[in-house]
Ligand binder design. Structure first.
Ligand code: GTP
Ligand code: MG
Length: 478
């Protein structure tokens, strides 16, 4: 009777207990099965899990506990973040891949590191020897032995429970009972020492937050200093640049600017051409005509360089020279008799263009016999816009000045534009034996067809005449 009453009192006491928020950390090497286990606890299908980068959070209600599990990524590079979660955790779930014997040493070191941490030492730890479903997986005793678990937990005064399990066997209510049992044990231990643990966690959390705040301020200070240093450096560099700008004024070897004005390049090219020509002159001293021609060429080139069509390319200048040389030479040949006959007249030089592909020998020998009928010189062409023989401006008929009357103009216009009229007239004479009838023996059918044709064409012509007459009336006051 008394025992029944005591049990009832226990139930009532537990029922009246406040809801406790508990935070747990789930750690272990990568690929151990942490996320699969967490998913199974949460009631989700534990397969199709990807490696955790950072952490994932699982919330569940277990009796009077609101449990939050931080499933932390187990990769080597992520393990550094584990310590950030130690302060607020009431206990640890350490997942071990029992089937991976080769990584047991690494697992042992990692576990030792965790338990050694001041914010974990003394807190309860649940070791899940996972992947028991796999062939060759180590049993509970082997895992304890491999990890030297007893020694570790004794060393760090941690209450420990090991559960051989498989995270993929089931999930939710059908989760592996070992996982469920292990979780109950952990929560039970936490509940038992909750007040002491809670006090420690509050303290550790405050310290952790203070530490984080301090680190944050230190980081901000570091960033500020770095920024100031950078700004200072930039200012100094700017000042240095300013002084170096003045230093540029000092006479120092000047690097020749490759981008020079186009005019200077042309002048330079002209000088080069002149030098070339002078060399050629030396080779041919006796030729005064050539000298004269060269002089003219140089003059012409200077005109070119002054014109708007300036070109800095040396090659192009040479092309112009070639184009100019040939006409000048030809001109010399053709103008020779006139200059001999009439020296007093002022000679106007005209540039003439020849087709570049036509090559004519330069006649340096003046005494050479000339052809009796020299070819007519090519038409003169200037460097400006060539003169075009313009067509007479089109005018309206009404605006043209004719000697005859306007009606005569209309008739001429119609007769010119519509030869059909004349065709029909010819047909008329042809059929009815007018002026000439070359085929008098035509059949009646042919005559009718021609007559029909004649009538149709006449009608068409009349329509055209009428249309033109109406159209032209607009322009001509008949
Ligand atoms: N056979 C078997 N496979 C499991 C078991 N638990 C997890 N796995 C598989 O092991 C692989 C890794 O599982 P995870 O849960 O991602 O491992 P983890 O510890 O979270 O890995 P990290 O997130 O990288 O730290 C997955 O392919 C799971 O399906 C198990 O009990 N048995
Ligand atoms: Mg994971």
């Amino acid at each position: 009777m008394f025992s029944l009453m005591a049990t009832c009192c226990g139930w009532v006491r537990r029922w009246r207990e406040p809801v406790r928020k508990v935070t747990l950390v789930m750690v272990g090497l990568d690929n151990a099965g942490k996320t699969a286990t967490a998913k199974g606890i949460q009631g989700e299908y534990p397969e199709d899990v990807a490696p955790t980068v950072g952490f994932s959070k699982v919330d569940l209600r277990q009796g009077k506990f609101e449990v939050t599990i931080f499933d932390l990524g187990g990769g080597k590079k992520i393990r550094g973040i584990w310590k950030n979660y130690y302060a607020e955790s009431y206990g640890v779930i350490f997942v071990v891949d029992s089937s991976d014997e080769q990584r047991m040493e690494e697992t042992k070191e990692t576990m030792s590191e965790v338990l050694r941490h001041p914010r974990i030492s003394g807190k309860p730890i649940l070791v899940l020897a996972n992947k028991q479903d796999k062939e060759g997986a180590l049993g509970e005793a082997d895992v304890i032995e491999c990890l030297s678990l007893e020694q570790l937990v004794n060393e760090h005064k941690c209450l420990c429970q090991i559960e051989p399990c498989s995270a993929v066997l089931g999930y939710g209510k059908k989760i592996d009972k070992s996982i469920k049992k292990g979780l109950y044990w952990l929560l039970h231990i936490i509940a038992r020492d909750f007040d002491a643990l809670n006090e420690r966690i509050q303290k550790d959390t405050m310290e952790q937050r203070a530490l984080e705040e301090q680190e944050k301020q230190e980081r901000a200070e570091r960033v500020r200093k770095l920024r100031e240093e950078r700004e200072q450096r930039e200012r100094e560099e700017a000042e240095l640049d300013g002084t170096s700008g003045l230093a540029d004024l000092d006479p120092e070897p000047v690097i020749v600017n490759p981008f020079q004005p186009i005019a200077s390049v042309i002048i330079e090219n002209e000088k080069k051409l002149e030098k070339k020509r002078q060399n050629m002159e030396k080779d041919n001293d006796g030729c005064s005509l050539k000298h004269k021609m060269d002089h003219e060429q140089i003059e012409t080139q200077s005109q070119i360089s002054n014109s708007s069509q300036r070109n800095s390319e040396f090659g192009l200048v040479e092309n112009y020279q070639e184009a100019l040389t040939q006409p000048l030479e030809n001109e010399d040949e053709t103008d020779q008799p006139s200059s001999e006959s009439d020296n007093g007249k002022k000679k106007t030089k005209k540039l003439r263009i020849k087709r570049s592909h036509r090559v004519e020998p330069v006649s340096t020998d003046e005494s050479a016999p000339k052809s009796p009928t020299p070819p007519p010189p090519p038409p003169p062409v200037g460097w400006g816009t060539p003169k075009v023989t313009r067509l007479p401006k089109l005018q309206l008929l009404g605006e043209t000045r004719h000697n005859g009357n306007a009606k005569g103009s209309v008739f001429r216009y119609l007769c010119t534009l519509h030869p059909l009229l004349f065709t029909s007239l010819l047909q008329k004479t042809f059929i009815f034996g007018g002026l000439s009838n070359p085929q008098p023996s035509l059949s009646l059918y042919t005559k009718f067809s021609i007559l029909f044709n004649f009538l149709f064409l006449n009608a068409l012509c009349l329509y055209i005449i009428w249309y033109n007459y109406i159209y032209l009336r607009i322009y001509i006051k008949v």
